[in-house]
Design a binder for this molecule. Structure first.
Ligand SMILES: *[C@@H]1O[C@H](CO)[C@@H](O)[C@H](O)[C@H]1NC(C)=O
Length: 467
């Protein structure tokens, strides 16, 4: 089902290992042999026999967790031994570093995007727009990797240049020796970048050390040549809004890391064990109909070459609560240098052809009790409501979202300069010719429904020219 070409070698041996793991753990001698093999593969050496005994105890306990998790048949994800396997949970905790204390989740309403055609699949890793997987080490700097990952992909989309950008600059400068390795927050990172004229260093100029240090920026250290960051956007909560934003570019996301997440090896993770609060930052870099692809910062030795597939139609332990991305403006300069290396990780985003079925927006609980709003014709394409629930959910109370999604309903149209000036007011406004001619389906274009006349006449009246 999943494309694991790149991982085939490693997965095959891992799979064999997982199959035997339960048996091995029944025998102390075999477990010790496994532990010694694990240590040499991980390059671990312990100073004292007492530490080695302690680590062996942790290893046996963590390996038992992996064996048990893999024997749950309803869970299709695969778990494996990795660098966490001989650590205490306190030590494991130092690899996270999202401090959500006092932070409010993004605006709650899930915007219905029925008029937007969102592709079934978008994979930024397949477009050379994602840098190689990085390693935060035992520093709680995941917040900086989340923000930098979102910047890297979005800058590549605008400039055509993939830049490996410096998490260490954020680590040193955002909290000024107040412990960026103890955890941070995405909006603090954006704020700092915007204050510093929307620039960020390249990793080659400002290498990652994984330790708090003093801030060493200067104006010569800027890898964002052609576009600078001018603001950060929060993505409204919920899968639909996150997918819509991810179709446009990568996102800085948050998640709650559980033991299942720590030992994730492959497949689609549908974690049912989280308990509440997000504690880790990462980058969403693509989606299919089945999963969201997230790039982690625990090196390529973790997960699927450093990535994790999180199930669609699942809460994914807070994944959709705090997503964000940067917005840029042109600087007027050119970025002519060579791109930095992109990840070689690829996923198969070619999906089987769906049988065309019209999708009409599912009535939600709220809609059942209120009359269905009739889709209004949109006379001015420059100013329209992309969301269909502007009024129902009173979305004008979230100005930054409303400007994009409910421009018309929330009256942003007049203040917006229109790029193509249109004739001002028509003294003799012609009445709307066919107010009842609209498309009941939202996938008329996406699925070429005009090719199916019996469907099209009913569902895609406008698009297919039946009006
Ligand atoms: C987490 O953030 C809160 C609020 O900003 C702060 O008071 C607290 O010290 C932070 N925790 C750590 C470990 O830095």
């Amino acid at each position: 089902m999943t494309n694991i070409t790149l991982l085939l070698c490693c997965l095959t041996s891992a799979l064999a290992l997982q199959g035997d793991l339960k048996q091995i753990l029944k025998s102390p001698k075999a477990t010790l042999k496994l532990y010694n093999g694990f240590k040499s593969r991980q390059g671990i050496q312990h100073d004292s026999p007492s530490e080695d005994r302690l680590r062996f105890g942790l290893f046996r306990k963590n390996a038992q967790f992996v064996a048990d998790a893999n024997s749950v048949t309803a869970d299709s994800a695969l778990y494996g031994l990795n660098f966490f396997s001989a650590m205490t949970s306190e030590e494991q905790g130092t690899y996270l570093g999202l401090n959500a204390t006092g932070r409010s989740p993004n605006p709650p309403p899930a915007l219905t995007t029925s008029e937007d055609v969102i592709p079934d699949s978008t994979m930024w890793v397949n477009k050379a727009a994602v840098t190689q997987v990085k390693d935060q080490g035992s520093c709680g700097s995941s917040w900086s990797f989340a923000v930098v990952g979102a910047i890297e992909t979005r800058y590549q989309q605008l400039s055509g240049r993939l830049r490996n950008l410096a998490e260490q600059e954020l680590l040193d400068c955002v909290y000024w020796f107040n412990g960026g390795c103890k955890g941070g927050w995405m909006s603090d990172a954006y704020d700092w970048i915007i204050e510093f004229d929307g620039t960020l260093s390249a990793t080659s100029e400002y290498p990652y050390t994984g330790k708090d240090s003093w801030c060493k920026v200067s104006n010569t250290y800027n890898a964002l040549r052609s576009h600078k960051i001018v603001r950060a956007r929060s993505v409204p909560q919920g899968e639909a809004a996150n997918i819509a934003a991810l179709a446009q570019g990568s996102l800085a996301v948050s998640i709650e890391v559980t033991d299942h997440f720590k030992y994730y090896l492959s497949g689609i993770l549908r974690d049912e064990t989280c308990s509440g609060d997000v504690n880790h930052g990462a980058v969403a870099v693509g989606y299919t109909r089945d999963y969201i692809l997230v790039k982690n910062s625990w090196s390529h030795l973790w997960g699927e070459d450093g990535f994790v597939k999180l199930a669609r139609g699942h809460h994914n332990c807070g994944l959709y609560q705090y997503s964000s991305y940067p917005e840029f403006e042109e600087t007027g300069k050119m970025d002519n240098g060579e791109s930095d290396a992109a990840t070689e990780y690829r996923v198969d985003d070619i999906l089987p052809e769906p049988t065309p079925t019209p999708t009409i927006p599912e009535p939600t609980q709220a809609e059942v009790t209120t009359p269905q709003p009739s889709p209004a014709p949109t006379p001015d394409p420059e100013c329209r409501d992309k969301a269909t629930n502007c009024e129902r959910d009173n979305l004008c109370q979230y100005p930054s979202q409303a400007e994009t999604w409910c421009a018309k309903y929330c009256k942003f149209c007049d203040s917006e300069p229109t790029p193509n000036p249109t004739p001002v007011t028509n003294p003799n406004p012609t009445p709307d010719p066919e107010p009842l001619c609209y498309d009941k389906a939202t996938n008329c274009v996406r699925d070429s429904l005009c090719d199916f006349p019996d469907l099209a006449e009913t569902w895609c009246t406008k698009q297919c020219g039946y009006c």
